[in-house]
Design a protein around this ligand. Structure first.
Ligand code: AMP
Length: 474
């Protein structure tokens, strides 16, 4: 079986009952662009048929030509932005997936990753299913097609009862839009209202842009069905489990102006910085951040430590996130292309640099060098999360264990590698406390404790992620 590594970062947006459905979805995807920059797409419904436009590229490029919207008529639409690893960056994997099957047309957009995709795919293929993409999302479509129940809702429930993992899903048929969040609630999903239209989005920043009102978050395990009479129906058709929202959404992934899991991301990041200052204080003259993701934490750190915060590194905003660049060769240039120090500010200073995470260590190493070359006398690195030691299986793109520097190196060794004078990571307890959620969270990337285990046997691609021979998932 040739399944690509289960790595995807995505954002979903949907709107039901608005005459500008496709246009508003385009705007929603714009606001969610940070969740995936490789490809995007919109499927609309005019009540009779589904219409799709999807391509590789950024939202502005794929939907840059206004003529595109003439091909997306109707008062309902769903959209998707996606980033995946190099192997799967092909046109056929662009979402939403749209198919015609015996019951009509259906489109689906998915944020998250399934952990039992391999097993289900093998089973479906054994019964004659032919897969057109390498995305595990397609499995959901095949499960829908073979479901024995009658109504669409029942078929979706039947299909989803077979899958395990992280999913925020938007389904669109000619007459209905259905949103589902997995029982663990790994990824965020919220519900909004714009006049008589219902809106669903991965993050609330997408509602803000189209001036929709934030109604509430879609609950873990909830299915929200938008119906023709302008209402919604809410169901909880799955076995209840203790929710485990992803803490890394707060650390890095979500936009700071979003409200997710009941909290504002910016305020949480600032609190992470404050907590970091309490845990790892240092005598210094200036606090700077790695923009943009480290910014709120750096402000919190500076406030708590009583050290001035400055914009010591200036970012070129026309360059995408370095990590997102698929080719290793580009990634090496990445930091310089993206960031430049303000030398006059850093010269002769003891500098604290705040970033949200160290993954491979490449970025921090280059930044420390850059800050030193700008004339800093000391460079102290502070990270507003614990060491990232384990890969994510639930929708955040992390490399395999071997590439995660903290999976095989102590903090002292990482400090030496990045050539900093000192290095301090926020503790796991500090992170959880600062986030302050009353329920459990998924922090598997830091702890290796995976809320949903991989069914045995692990296939080669899954095993490859654990190259150090780890068995933390059971
Ligand atoms: P690295 O050079 O691999 O250590 O990357 C660390 C940088 O990547 C940090 O500045 C983070 O803000 C950023 N980062 C961490 N996780 C991710 C992710 N899943 N996708 C994109 N960027 C990330």
């Amino acid at each position: 079986m040739n399944f690509t590594r289960p790595h995807e970062e995505c954002g979903v947006f949907g709107i039901y009952n608005h005459k500008e459905a496709a246009n508003l979805t385009y705007l929603g995807l714009y606001a969610l662009q940070h969740r995936g920059q490789e490809s995007c797409g919109i499927v609309s419904s005019d009540g009779l048929h589904l219409h799709a436009h999807k391509r590789m590229g950024l939202v502005a490029d794929v939907f840059g030509n206004p003529a595109v919207f003439k091909k997306l008529p109707g008062s309902a639409a769903i959209g998707h932005v996606r980033y995946s690893t190099a192997g799967a960056s092909v046109e056929k994997n662009v979402q939403p997936i749209m198919v015609d099957y015996s019951r009509g047309s259906i489109a689906v957009a998915h944020n998250g990753n399934l952990v039992n995709a391999q097993i289900l795919k093998a089973e479906l293929e054994a019964y004659g299913s032919i897969f057109q993409t390498t995305m595990d999302t397609e499995i959901i479509i095949h499960l829908l097609a073979v479901a024995r129940t009658n109504s669409l809702v029942d078929r979706i429930v039947e299909a989803l009862n077979r899958i395990k993992g992280a999913y925020c899903l938007l389904f669109l048929t000619k007459s209905r839009m259905i949103a589902v969040r997995d029982p663990n609630g790994f990824r965020p999903l919220c519900l909004g209202k714009l006049g008589n239209a219902w809106v669903v989005a991965s993050e609330s920043c997408a509602l803000d842009l189209i001036e929709a009102t934030f109604v509430r978050e879609i609950e873990p395990g909830e299915m929200v069905i938008c119906t023709r009479d302008g209402g919604i129906k809410s169901l909880f058709p799955f076995k209840k489990v203790a929710p485990t929202p992803c803490i890394f959404e707060f650390v890095y992934f979500a936009r700071p102006d979003s409200q997710i899991f009941g909290k504002n991301v910016y305020l949480i990041r600032k609190e992470l910085g404050r907590q970091l200052a309490r845990e790892y204080p240092v005598e210094a003259d200036v606090v700077i951040s790695v923009p943009d993701s480290g910014m709120p934490a750096a402000m919190g750190y500076a406030e708590e430590a009583g050290i001035p915060f400055e914009l010591g590194l200036i970012r070129n905003h026309y360059v995408g996130r370095t990590f997102i660049e698929p080719a290793q060769s580009i990634r090496h240039f990445g930091v310089k292309i993206k960031l430049n120090p303000v030398k006059e500010l850093l010269k002769g200073k003891r500098v604290v640099v705040i970033d949200d995470s160290i993954v491979r260590g490449t970025t921090s190493r280059k930044i420390v060098k850059m800050v030193r070359q700008a004339g800093a006398t000391e460079v102290h690195m502070r990270i507003s999360s614990p060491p990232t030691s384990y890969p994510c299986y639930y929708g955040i793109d992390t490399p395999n264990r071997k590439e995660l520097i903290s999976s095989s190196h102590t903090v002292e060794e990482v400090c030496r590698y990045i050539t900093a004078d000192s290095l301090g990571y926020l503790s796991s307890e500090g992170l959880v406390e600062a986030v302050g959620l009353s329920n459990e969270v998924c922090k598997a990337c830091f702890s290796g404790a995976y809320p949903i285990a991989f069914p045995k046997p692990m296939d080669n691609n899954q095993r490859e992620l654990f190259e150090e021979g780890d068995a933390h998932n059971e």
